[in-house]
Write a protein that binds this ligand. Structure first.
Ligand code: NAD
Length: 448
């Protein structure tokens, strides 16, 4: 009798006893039997290891929030691993989100990302446009009774389905909607930049602390695996000490009437909108806080787009370990979103680095007479699903998010110093902080 037949007979014998057993015991036996069957059917040919476990399966044991599905691998062990199945949490156990603001980011990226999330679900919408909200609600299966306006937003406190609020409004509205949301008893995920000023950031942190609610700033780059790989290369000094990091983020901005070019709604020009990626990502890669900034701003004020906010910003950051960063942000050059790290024995980075997709590391180093150029490719992941699921997990496990309000506040302090440096035409010293990751919470790596 072969292993397959033996397994079928064993399953039949077990089935009559299973119903008598407690649920957790039944699950364990069911999983173990699945494993045996998988090995019997596919193991020898396609990658079962010597212990009898099937490669890539991470869910054979251990109690999760529900049963996990296991499929046998299709490809040989020589192929790139796909990783385990997503196995999302059951829908009734996920954190329910209200999304505030149904503009480009919400409709193009965040709402579709709920389909890729494992711990988060969309349950409510907040919009000033009832007709648009009704269409979106039907598209994403949101109950029409869970549509709110900016005026009745505070009544969301009575909606038990909503545990978290994701604020995707113009920057100048982040503080008000965070504070009102925290007072309504909800956890807050707020888009970058956190707000328009240090003072607003402090008020947001206080409101969430007073309400005993969590606050996370949506720095999606800090939850993205390629950037995590580069962070590791930098921190482990894989190619020696890092000397310089150069980062660019900009695009040629259109419609002069959009809120991004309105000082009250945007807080500034390219710096808080896209330059913040250079600043925040370099702080993340190094874990260090800059001790000095030096900046220049270049704006053609005859251009009707730049009546209120700046165009191009060039800023340098000095870090305690001796790393220097050179960054630019702009609203008037062709779209470019990249960074490169220059270390003692290699340079590495990504282009694009800050886009929603298409990220791929490039590194170059010498080996004998050759200069080796590598472009390792990862299976792409949805940045927004990763960041939302991190926040949901922190809510469920009562952990501090990796990018809490304090992380957004620190960026805003540095942004204010960058403006001050450009105005005064001299370097501005910053408060010195010893150690690394001082403003961050639980590392996503520890929450898998
Ligand atoms: P958007 O203009 O497309 O959407 C803004 C939404 O706010 C719209 O639905 C608009 O109707 C609503 N709104 C309410 N009151 C408004 C007012 N007084 N003026 C203008 N709009 C008003 O903007 P967006 O690109 O979706 O950006 C929203 C936020 O998301 C910003 O804070 C931005 O920095 C951030 N963002 C983050 C990323 C990222 O990758 N994390 C990318 C893009 C935007």
């Amino acid at each position: 009798m072969n292993l397959f037949n033996q397994t079928i007979i064993a399953m039949e014998q077990l089935s009559s006893q299973l119903l008598e057993m407690p649920l957790h015991r039944r699950r364990f036996i069911f999983r173990s039997t699945q494993t045996l069957l998988s090995v019997a059917l596919f193991g020898n040919m396609y990658g079962a290891d010597a212990s009898g476990m099937v490669a890539s399966h991470d869910a054979m044991t251990g109690a999760g929030p529900g049963d996990k599905i296991i499929l046998p691998p299709l490809e040989a062990k020589t192929e790139q691993e796909k990783g385990p199945l997503p196995n999302p949490d059951p829908i009734d156990q996920r954190v329910g989100y209200a999304v505030v603001g149904l503009g480009h980011l919400a409709l193009e990226e965040v709402l579709p990302a709920f389909a890729a999330s494992k711990k988060s679900k969309l349950v409510a919408l907040v919009s000033g446009d009832r007709d648009k909200a009704l269409i979106v609600a039907r598209q994403y299966g949101v109950d029409a009774k869970n549509i709110y306006t900016y005026e009745n937003y505070d009544t969301i406190k009575d909606n038990k389905e909503v545990e978290a609020i994701y604020i995707i409004l113009p920057n100048g509205m982040h503080a008000e909607y965070t504070i009102r949301g925290a007072k309504a008893g909800k956890h807050i995920l707020c888009e970058k930049p956190m707000a328009n000023s240090v003072s607003e950031c402090e008020q947001m942190i206080k409101a969430c602390t007073d309400a005993n609610r969590k606050l996370m700033i949506a720095y999606r780059i800090q939850y993205e695996p390629n950037n995590a790989d580069i962070k590791k290369m930098v921190r482990d000094e894989e190619y020696g000490k890092v000397k310089t990091i150069v980062a660019v983020n900009g695009q040629n901005t259109g419609d002069p009437k959009q809120w991004r070019l309105n000082k009250k709604l945007a807080g500034g020009g390219s710096l808080p909108d896209v330059g913040i990626y250079c600043l925040n990502t370099i702080r993340y890669l190094t874990g260090e806080e800059p001790t000095e900034v030096f900046a220049q701003i270049s704006t053609d004020t005859s251009d009707e787009r730049f009546k209120e906010v700046e165009d191009t910003v060039l800023f340098q950051l000095t870090f305690p370990s001796g790393i220097h960063a050179i960054c630019t942000s702009s609203y008037s050059h062709h779209q470019s979103r990249n960074y490169r790290v220059y270390a003692e024995r290699a340079y590495f980075g990504m282009d694009p680095a800050f886009a929603y997709g298409g990220l791929q590391i490039h590194k170059s180093y010498a080996k004998g007479e050759e200069e080796i150029s590598e472009t390792p490719k990862r299976t792409p992941k949805n940045h927004f699903a990763l960041e939302m699921d991190h926040f949901s997990q922190c809510i469920r496990e009562d952990k501090k998010p990796y990018t809490p309000g304090e992380e957004g506040l620190q960026d805003m302090k540095i942004i204010e110093a960058i403006y001050a440096s450009a105005i005064q035409g001299k370097p501005i010293p910053l408060k010195k902080y010893p150690g690394k990751d001082l403003f961050r919470g639980t590392d996503p790596e520890n929450l898998k």
